[in-house]
Every structure is written in C-alpha cells, then in structure tokens.
Design a protein around this ligand. Structure first.
Ligand code: GLA
Length: 377
C-alpha cells in the first residue's frame, strides 16, 4: 500500500476519535456583555459528586457532595447563570480572582522604581484600596478552554494584556479543575509574564457545608494551623506586624465553632465586621500541599480539608452578605450564610518588603495549587 493511501486510511480512522476527544461542549450558561456565549462544564466521579465550573472567570459554580447519610447537596453560594456572576453585586462567588487577590493599599505599588496605579474599587472603613484585581478582574473575563477532559478535569486559559487594570506585563494564566474518586477537587492556577509584574491568583468559593444556603455558618467548626495572623488597619490593610493568635478569638489552632467568639470585642473583629483576616500558616509547603484549614458541619457531618502550597489563608466569614444578593434558585444570601477559605500570598505584599514577594519575572512560572478534600464524620 502506498504511503499516502495508508495515511488517508489512518486519517479516516482517526477522525471519529479526534472528534470524540475534542472538547465535549459545555452547557449554555448565558452571554458576555458583547454577546459571546458562556458555558458551564460538569465534573463528576463514581460517588456521584458533581462539580460545575464555568469559562466565565474560571468560576466554581456548584459542588454537590454527600453528607453522613449519603445525601448530596450543593455546598457553595453562586448564581444560576452568567448574568449573576457578571453583575456588580457578585461578591466573587466561586471566583478565580486575579491578577492580585485581596487588597493593595491605596491602589498603588511600585516595581523596579516605577509606580503603578490600580483601580480603588473597595473602601472598608472609608479607606479606598484595590481589591481582587480591579474593576473587571479575571472573574469577569471569558476564559478559553485549553484542555477538556471532562468529567474528570478541565483547564481554562486567559491572557491578560500588558497594562490591563493597570498591571504591568502580558500575563497568561491557566486554571485547572480536577476531580478524583476520593472526593478531592484540585484547583491549580499558573501564570507566566513577558515583563516583571505582581501576581496572587486566589480561589474564592463560598462554603456552607450544611447544603442549606439559608443557614448560618456560625455552627461550623474551623481549624487553621496558624499561630500568627496579620492585624490590619480599619481599611483591612495589614499593618505589617504578625500578631500571635494565642489568647485571642483569632486562635483556631484547635477546632472552634465559628460563632463562639465572633461577637467578642476585639479590634480585628471590629474592623472586619467579624472574621476577615489573613492567617500565616505555621508549616507552609511551597513545593507541596500543607493543610491550611479544616471545616466541619456537625449537623450533616460534612467535612472539608483545604490544602495549599501558599504561605497564608484569608478566612472571610461572609460578613458583607446581607440578603441583597439573590443567588441560585432566588435565594437571598443572608449574613454569614457562607464563608471563604482563600489561600494566598499576604495581602498588600507588593507594598510590604518584609512580606513574601509577589513578584513574577519573565521565564518564571507562578503556581498556586489547592486541594479540597471532602469527607464526612
Ligand atoms: C474577600 C475579602 C472580603 C470581601 C470579600 C468579597 O474575602 O477579604 O473583605 O471583600 O472578599 O466580598
């Protein structure tokens, strides 16, 4: 047989396989402001766990996991379609936050002697700052599907042009979601740049392990293996000190019911309107995955262990939720009905020389990996 005939035969045979392995299309999830379609993709495993993610913002849309009786329920806040995620009222539900998660004082930083101005899109305590990547952060961008192995994993990619939202360098970010049969969900963010820049890509799911989004998270029990946290000013910008948690309501080294001490009169809790702080992990593993938090809901037995390669974790107790945001199935999300466990570099790191560097140089690859391990007690 001539080579070209062989090739032709192979091509014919290969076609259906190529088609099969090429991107199983997601389901429609709405439209971008410019009309481009937004999709939602489903990951699933042999235990019936189901995770939905969207190419809008590389967002985690829902996570259905079993309780101690095997009953599956969605344990995350979010919206039914793209419109909710694109709205101004979206408090970063399930978001992949970028380029820089958490706050940058005054919306400014300098790098190699040049100063950069970012949007001041947040102002706790009437002190304007930059929050979560700016006016149109990564969470409001349409990412492209770079690899699709649903229902096991999917990778999204977004290239942010040089200067976007005021940040230097053309930054190419990738986010992979992968689910395995041990009920573990992995979130991996990587980024490369063509100019020195700063980066802190942060995953921002809102958890309520009861599976009932109307219930308070105050009964959840939380452990954070951190003997120090970053006290802030009234604008929630770290002062630069690392304070001991010992003897304070910030001590979660042993499991505590979240609601037990949240009402205590303690400066940090006053500024945060509750828990909204960054804890410094005692035993970070930059090249591995250290436990960053353990969360448990005694009523359903659901448990979540968060592991990460990052040095710190922001525990935000849903203090800004006040019933105005209407999410999935029209639920008005009330005060403290979900909490966030965001592993990260320290907030305001670009302005604080003593904090771990947030700098990324050309030729280097930023990598932030998280592992969410779901279980029951
Ligand atoms: C983070 C911050 C909070 C708040 C939420 C979004 O977790 O720490 O102060 O801005 O995001 O609402």
């Amino acid at each position: 047989m001539k080579t070209h005939t062989l090739l032709a035969a192979f091509a014919l045979l290969a076609t259906p396989f190529t088609l099969l392995s090429a991107s199983p299309a997601g389901e429609p999830f709405g439209k971008m402001p410019d009309g481009r379609p937004v999709s939602v993709f489903t990951l699933s495993n042999k235990n019936g766990v189901q995770v939905r993610v969207s190419d809008l913002g590389a967002t985690l849309v829902s996570v259905r996991v079993p309780d101690r009786k095997g009953v599956l329920a969605d344990v995350t806040h979010g919206f039914d379609s793209a419109a909710g995620y694109l709205s101004d009222e979206n408090p970063y539900f399930g978001a992949t936050v970028g380029r820089f998660g958490n706050r940058i004082a005054n919306g400014t930083f300098s790098l190699d002697g040049k100063s950069y101005r970012l949007a001041k899109n947040n102002a706790p305590g009437d002190m304007p700052c930059h929050l979560h990547g700016g006016t149109i952060g990564f969470n409001k961008k349409l990412w492209k599907v770079a690899a699709n192995d649903t229902p096991r994993s999917i990778t999204f990619e977004y290239t942010s042009p040089d200067g976007e939202e005021g940040y230097p360098g053309r930054l190419t970010a990738r986010v992979t979601y992968a689910l395995n049969d041990k009920n573990e969900l992995r979130w991996i963010a990587t980024a490369t740049t063509d100019k020195p820049t700063i980066v802190n890509i942060v995953h921002h799911p809102y958890w309520n392990l009861t599976g009932d989004p109307s219930r308070s998270i105050n009964d959840h029990r939380l452990t954070i293996p951190a003997s120090r946290y970053l006290p802030t000013d009234a604008g929630l910008i770290p002062t630069g000190k690392l304070d001991a948690v010992k003897g304070t309501p910030m001590d979660f080294r042993k499991a505590h019911r979240i609601g037990d001490r949240v009402g205590e009169s303690f400066e940090a809790l006053t500024y945060g309107g509750g828990y909204d702080h960054c804890w410094v992990l005692d035993r970070p593993k930059p090249d591995g995955l250290a436990v960053a938090a353990r969360l448990e809901d005694p009523s359903t037995g659901r448990r979540l262990t968060v592991r990460s390669n990052q040095p710190a974790i922001q525990f935000y107790g849903g203090n800004f939720l006040d019933g105005t945001v209407k999410g999935k199935n029209g639920t008005a999300y009330q005060h403290r009905t979900a909490l966030c466990l965001e592993t990260e570099n320290f907030p305001d790191a670009p302005n604080q020389a003593a904090f771990p560097s947030a700098r990324l140089n050309p030729g280097e690859t930023y990598r932030h990996e998280m592992l969410y391990q779901f279980g029951v007690k």
